[in-house]
Write a protein that binds this ligand. Structure first.
Ligand code: C2E
Ligand code: CA
Ligand code: CA
Length: 566
């Protein structure tokens, strides 16, 4: 039999194993003892992070469910602080769904299953080290940082940290460098570098070091800066000079140069976190606007929050953390609440209440909306059927449908199936769609909308008055309802133009057989004007916010609803 050690072929390195169960940790230690990996163990995530700070860990193997800080959170944190580290989850298969977000976002490299086979596990760890070295090499090749200069640069950054003094790290990029090199020849960089070194000498404090790479990227370490304001203005001056057309420059009169900088230790307390944060200083938005940006911790925090949200969605679905609320709609002519809009709610264990806009948008970006959407439709139809049983007065309940959900026919099949399952009259369901649904693929969306309409559902155009919403759309679409957005409703009291526009819009809609709902109605004055113009429905905090189902049922019992006293 081959020994475990001879089985391992890759470059061994430092491995961190995190698990809260002592038995598992000891069997892992036993399994790994004969391998060349240098194994560190931690009983919880915090301990693991402390080890990460001390040692140059390359691969992490973590349990998923742990008290205080979960494996998912640990791995996210590792991803943002030590982006080169390869993390793997070792957990029961039941956790696989919750780990999908981590795998999709690239924070986790693999999901390994408990109980494990020793030989397979060692192979996987071995593969992770190979992956670590390959990625590092690729990164360096990609960034042109595979030369000794890069190691000298990394060493210089480490030296600065060891001196325990504040310093500034600047990254300067020449945009479209490849194009420049192709057209102006390989010597162009030498000339530019001489120019940049000259500017560094004249503008920056003595002792500033410049490190240049073939990719057109230059790092500057400024060991001693007086204040951020001063360093900002000096860098700005350099940037300005570089971006000015310069006829002395051979081959390229005009270059496009952007700079990002980070201050140590406040913007990163280790070489790897400082370098990573410096990368994020080049966020697309910032650089387009300014050309010179400091690393922005708020931006990084936003990115971390978004990652956390994305990684929690699957678990939230599994653990029933989402629930539905109903915001009543008042039928103005009868002063009666006979319909509602369903709004999703999510109480995140750690982040608290997360606005639906935020997680719906994020879930649209990486396809998780499909799972949320499916859950939402199933749950909504079930609840609408219950409400229908509860009150025969209930005419219609609206479900918000995101653009991605209309991208294929499966939504039509789902509604057909559910209507049959609950024997629900289709007229009880309304779908609220926004313009973004139409922009993506008009023909496809139109087809799906027509199919939904043939099932007997009605369609509402949401958020009218924002974006490009134009009346031309309405004529082309199978629309039954138009929802006037809050921005229009907000403007109605003080602005004659908005008043006549809304009055005209309502008349026009009625001629087309479209009814009108005004949303975000907060004050009595708005109700009076909307009534005057013949608006059909009113929805807004003036009457009620979105409510849990039992409270909405109570409201349905108290009819007619008095619009004056609320
Ligand atoms: P929306 O569809 O335009 O929903 C109306 C939003 O306005 C809701 O916010 C609602 O609580 C809020 N609102 C209602 N009346 C008033 C008012 O008088 N004043 C103010 N200031 N706000 C009012 P919410 O629940 O935070 O939802 C925000 C957005 O998130 C929704 O905008 C919708 O785009 C999305 N969303 C919510 N639930 C779902 C859902 O189940 N599916 C999908 N795809 N999107 C959803
Ligand atoms: Ca809506
Ligand atoms: Ca809306």
């Amino acid at each position: 039999m081959k020994s475990q050690q001879s089985h391992v072929k890759a470059l061994a390195g430092k491995l961190l194993v995190v698990d809260d169960e002592p038995n598992i940790l000891s069997s892992l230690k036993r399994c790994l003892v004969k391998t060349p990996f240098e194994v560190y163990v931690a009983n919880n995530a915090q301990e693991g992070l402390a080890i990460m700070q001390e040692h140059n860990i390359q691969v992490v193997l973590s349990d998923f469910r742990m008290p205080h800080m979960s494996g998912a959170e640990l791995i996210e944190q590792i991803k943002s602080t030590y982006p080169d580290v390869i993390s793997m989850v070792l957990s029961g298969f039941a956790d696989f769904d919750s780990a999908i977000g981590l795998l999709n976002s690239g924070a986790a490299h693999k999901f390994l299953r408990k109980p494990w086979n020793n030989r397979d596990l060692i192979d996987e760890i071995d593969g992770a080290f190979t992956e670590y070295h390959t990625r590092l090499l690729n990164k360096r090749v990609l960034e042109g940082e595979h030369n000794p200069e890069y190691y000298a640069f990394e060493q210089a950054v480490r030296d600065q940290f060891e001196m325990q003094q504040e310093f500034c790290l600047v990254s300067l990029k020449i945009k479209d460098y490849d194009f420049l090199e192709q057209h102006a020849g390989p010597n162009i960089f030498k000339g530019l570098l001489t120019e940049i070194r000259g500017l560094v000498n004249s503008e920056l404090p003595q002792g500033s070091q410049t490190f240049a790479f073939d990719s057109g990227k230059i790092f500057i370490i400024i060991p001693d800066y007086e204040s951020e304001a001063i360093i900002h203005s000096r860098l700005s001056a350099i940037n300005h000079k570089l971006n000015e057309p310069n006829t002395q420059r051979q081959g390229c009169v005009k270059i496009n140069c952007v700079m990002g900088y980070a201050l140590a230790p406040s913007d990163g307390d280790s070489p790897s976190s400082l370098l990573e944060n410096l990368r994020s200083a080049f966020s697309v938005d910032n650089v387009e606007k300014e050309r010179l940006c400091r690393f922005d911790s708020a931006l990084r925090d936003v990115q971390r929050r978004q990652l956390k949200i994305k990684n929690s969605i699957n678990g939230a679905l599994r653990e029933n953390q989402f629930y539905l609320h109903f915001q009543p709609k008042v039928h103005l002519p009868e002063q009666k609440i006979d319909s509602a809009e369903i709004l999703i709610r999510w109480q995140h264990k750690e982040l608290g209440w997360i606005p639906p806009n935020e997680f719906i948008n994020l879930s649209e970006l990486d396809g998780q909306i499909e799972q949320i959407g499916e859950w939402l439709i199933t749950q909504s139809v079930k609840m609408i059927a219950e409400l229908h049983q509860f009150s025969p007065d209930l005419k219609r309940v609206a479900i918000n449908i995101s653009a991605c959900q209309l991208a294929n026919n499966s939504v039509v099949e789902q509604f057909a199936r559910l209507l049959e399952q609950y024997a629900l009259p289709p007229s009880l369901i309304e779908l609220e769609i926004t313009e973004s649904c139409l922009i993506q693929d008009f023909e496809q969306t139109l087809k799906v909308l027509q199919a939904l309409k043939s099932l007997g559902l009605s369609i509402a155009m949401d958020d009218f008055g924002t974006g490009y919403s134009s009346f031309a759309y309405l004529a082309k679409l199978p629309i039954d309802v138009l929802k006037l957005d809050k921005v229009l409703v907000d403007g109605i009291e003080g602005c004659k133009e908005i008043q006549s526009m809304i009055a005209g819009l309502i008349t026009m809609c009625h001629e087309l057989g479209i009814s009108v709902v005004a949303e975000g109605v907060e004050v009595a004055g708005q109700v009076d004007l909307l009534k005057l113009y013949g608006c059909d429905y009113i929805q807004g905090f003036h009457f009620s916010k979105a409510l849990p189902k039992p409270e909405f049922e109570q409201i349905l019992l108290q009819q007619p609803f008095n619009t004056e006293v609320q």
